[in-house]
Design a protein around this ligand. Sequence first.
Ligand code: SKM
Length: 279
Amino acid sequence: GQAAIVIGLIGRGIQSSRSPVMHEREGARLGMRYTYSLIDFDKLGLPDSALGDIVEGLEKLGFAGFNVTHPFKQSIIPHLTGLADEASAIGAVNTVVLKDGARTGHNTDCWGFAESFRDTMAGCPMSNVVQFGAGGAGAAVSYALMELGVADLAIIDSDRERAERLSARMAPRFGQRAHASADVEHSLSRAAGIVNTTPVGMAKYPGIPFAADLLSTRHWVAEIIYFPQETELLRRARALGCRTLAGTGMAVYQAVRAFELFTGIAPDRAAMVGHFEAA
Ligand code: SKM
């Protein structure tokens, strides 16, 4: 019969990931033998330094590839043999394809956010946007916002230098369209859109990433958190009548692109949304 496609997810604290369900159900729907397992360093009691051995082990076992999540999206890079352009520019990898001894890193989070945005937010003004957070996920989202045509992106992070580094890194590719900002009130008063890439809004970090009274009916609001599906920021924005984008779209679309990289076959997007929501 047909060869099995074996995929994994490397990370910590990933027991509630919906990736296995999305990938396996879509594989099954397409008539493939497709398995997707969690390689949870927390559950396995592994130190970060085991990463190289794990990658080598997966390769020897015949894995076709794996996804990478927190905290390994940057530290995986030295273990790879090559990077797709976008992953190299962003400096973070969430998808690795193993083939004939090559280990190629991709970033599908960026396309995932961009595609989700195009789906739901068409026509939103892209003149001035404020992004909260300049971490790993934040970098992928900033690149996506540049590709979506944002003219002026203010990046706000509690670590100002991290926001500066991210803005500077994008300049050669996109021109000087992003800058670090520390003046939340000023940046939000001139913004058309707000994007949250910080963990604030997750159950562990309740609240919203800025003073709630700075949110206005003029703003559109995008979130990348998908658990809970409606964060406090989104709830408040909806109450004001703002256009909003939940994090679920990015979560599904990063998997859509990864599935295609792993198998060479484009999955059905609507089916993938269904698998995600049924999980
Ligand atoms: O980038 C994704 C990754 O591919 C899978 C994932 C998950 O299943 O929790 C989360 C994100 O980091």
